[in-house]
Design a protein around this ligand. Structure first.
Ligand code: ATP
Length: 583
């Protein structure tokens, strides 16, 4: 055991050296008062000292800055008795000025030994000087106290006697140092073991205090996450949430990596974060974590579309689920990305669940109420896009409803539906209760045929995109080409327009797209109709299925209009084509 004793006055250094000779530990003694003592203590810690011994104010200051045990050589009754006996015969007026342990102890001894002395208590260092001055005015000319009192009195030119430490006090401090070291060694060993376990733990561990300072990290965290963690996570709100809700769970997307983050409070003032890299874990088919991105190009000239964008801006920072309705390819998903990426949840990714693709068993994994780590429950801080929610089977709808009813789900839901909700409810294919839960805020997107005034701008946008892709230099559209696009019936909406422009840009040779190129491509789209090249091969059931699919595509994948055009009801349509999987 290595002990460093820091004596705030020279005499104590001598006593410590003398008594230390009989002790079994390795003792080094230095003289140093207050700040000087602190400086020595810091050096001692760096040199591998196990325990520090000091006295009074110096010990107190050292205790605040070092993380090893500091033993105070307390003022004992003997120390007081000695000094009181010394001044007993002094004829001037004497006062004892000190912190409570000194002043109260002295008062008791004076009473027992019948010594007439006044005692004054100070609560901190700054009170010493005014107290001395005040007492001096009252006629006191001798003061007794510890190093601080004596130094201040000397500075003011008053007489003062230091309460020095006696042998008993120093012996007691040595005993205490040995006991403390024994206890501290055991704790140190436990700590080292815990540290080793955490360093071999296959997850990054970091602990923050309330002010956002790191107080602990394990090896995995230091190696993999240290530089980026505070950048990819909104630390202030993460700490606030974890303190408030006792938990914080989220996924974080960083370039190609996906991290699963879980946090919880510890001992009131700290938050422990566990970070696991789940990039290579098998993602469920149909679910994707998408980083937030910039979607500034959604502007429109169309009144209804402008209204939809205005609503999106109002809704983005609210936590209620949003239901976006619109025909196939009208930009529902794009709007969902815009809402998420421009919201307060932007630091976290958007979990996209394609309800047409995700299978029943996968849903069980996503919605597993019994499992606290179920993906949906874990994505508390981000947004979840339920793409084409109208394709959910009733049994999954019931499970989702149950989950929403039993657990606090922290993520913000955005659902998109190709079918108008009135139809879904009237046909009984969607649970009314779930609809009202998921559609607390609603946005309707107009079809492209309704917003012809946007066709030109969208076309220019897509031209620039495909110029880049194919190395072309198209700079615009001829008037007739633009009119041809505006007069076309866009059953697949923006999605279809985008695909058409891709083909046009690819075949076009002129800087301005000619109407002939547009017509050539649009013709292929039109010819894919009933009368056109519909194959009559296969069984009657297969041909019927092909016809239904054709009409469904032409009607913008709208089940109601498809059913109406074919003269059958929606339930029959569902049964015949198992529509949700028809893509
Ligand atoms: N305002 C827009 N500006 C540019 N591109 C857009 C815009 N809106 C939609 N798109 C593009 O059109 C395509 C279809 O959009 P999106 O997937 O968002 O439609 P959707 O309504 O969700 O489709 P679905 O009905 O198939 O789910 C995407 O490639 C998207 O990038």
């Amino acid at each position: 055991m290595k002990v460093m004793a820091i004596a705030p006055y020279e005499g104590l250094k001598e006593l410590l050296l003398q008594l230390g000779e009989d002790e079994p530990f390795d003792l080094q003694v230095e003289y140093g008062d207050l700040e000087e003592g602190v400086h020595l203590a810091k050096q001692a810690v760096n040199n591998g000292t196990d325990i520090i011994i000091s006295r009074g104010g110096t010990a107190e200051l050292i205790q605040k800055v070092v993380s090893i045990p500091v033993i105070d050589i307390e003022v004992s009754g003997y120390d007081l008795l000695r000094v009181l006996t010394l001044v007993k015969e002094y004829t001037g007026k004497t006062a004892i000025v000190g912190f409570p342990p000194i002043s109260e102890g002295a008062a008791t001894i004076c009473e027992i030994a019948n010594i007439e002395l006044s005692t004054y208590t100070v609560k901190n260092e700054h009170e010493v000087e005014p107290t001395l001055l005040e007492l001096h005015k009252k006629g006191y000319d001798m003061f007794i106290g510890d190093v601080i009192t004596v130094k201040k009195a000397a500075n003011l030119g008053f007489n003062a006697i230091l309460i020095t430490a006696g042998k008993e006090s120093v012996h007691k401090a040595f005993q205490q140092a040995k006991k403390t070291h024994h206890l501290y060694s055991a704790l140190k060993q436990n700590y080292a073991m815990a540290r080793q376990i955490l360093d071999h733990y296959q997850a990054g561990i970091v602990v923050y205090n309330r002010s956002g300072q790191v107080v602990f990290t394990n090896r995995d965290f230091k190696e993999k996450y240290l530089d980026l963690f505070a950048k990819v996570i909104d630390l202030e709100s993460a700490l606030q949430t974890a303190f408030k809700q006792e938990t914080f769970k989220t996924f974080v997307q960083r370039a190609e990596e996906v991290w699963k983050v879980t946090a919880f409070p510890m001992q009131k003032d700290f938050i422990v974060f566990r970070v696991i890299d789940v990039t290579n874990e098998n993602a469920l088919t149909g679910t994707t974590l998408l980083p937030s991105s910039n979607h500034s190009n959604m502007a429109s000239h169309h009144t209804k579309m402008k209204h939809a964008l205005h609503l999106a801006e109002i809704y983005r920072d609210r936590d209620e689920p949003i239901w976006i309705e619109g025909e196939v390819g009208t930009g529902k998903e794009k709007l969902a990305h815009f809402i998420h990426s421009s919201s307060k949840r932007e630091p976290y990714p958007l979990l996209r669940i394609d309800c047409e693709i995700v299978q029943e068993e996968q849903w069980l994994q996503l919605l597993n109420i019994e499992h606290p780590d179920a993906t949906l429950l874990h994505h508390e801080m981000g947004s979840v896009l339920l793409k084409n929610i109208d394709a959910l089977t009733l049994s999954i709808q019931k499970r989702l409803l149950r989950l929403l009813g039993t657990k606090e789900v922290g993520c913000r839901f955005i659902a998109t539906s190709r079918e108008p909700y009135q139809t879904l409810l009237a046909q009984g294919v969607f649970l009314e209760e779930l609809y009202y839960k998921m559609a607390r805020l609603t946005i309707h997107l107009p079809s492209l045929n309704e917003r012809k005034e946007d066709i030109e701008n969208l076309t220019l946008l897509f031209i620039s995109k495909y110029n880049q892709k194919f190395g072309k230099q198209c700079v615009g559209l001829r008037q007739e080409a633009k009119e041809a696009l505006e007069n076309f019936r866009w059953s697949g909406n923006i999605n279809q327009l985008k695909q058409v422009i891709e083909e046009i840009v690819l075949i076009s040779e002129d800087p301005y797209i000619a109407v002939e190129d547009v017509e050539a491509i649009l013709k292929t789209k039109r010819s894919a109709t009933f009368q056109g090249s519909l194959s009559l091969n296969g069984t009657l059931e297969e041909i019927e299925r092909r016809i239904i699919k054709q009409v469904w595509e032409e009607e913008g994948r709208n089940q109601t209009r498809t059913a109406k055009r074919l003269g059958i009801n929606r339930t029959t349509l569902w049964r015949k084509m198992n529509l949700p999987r028809l893509r």
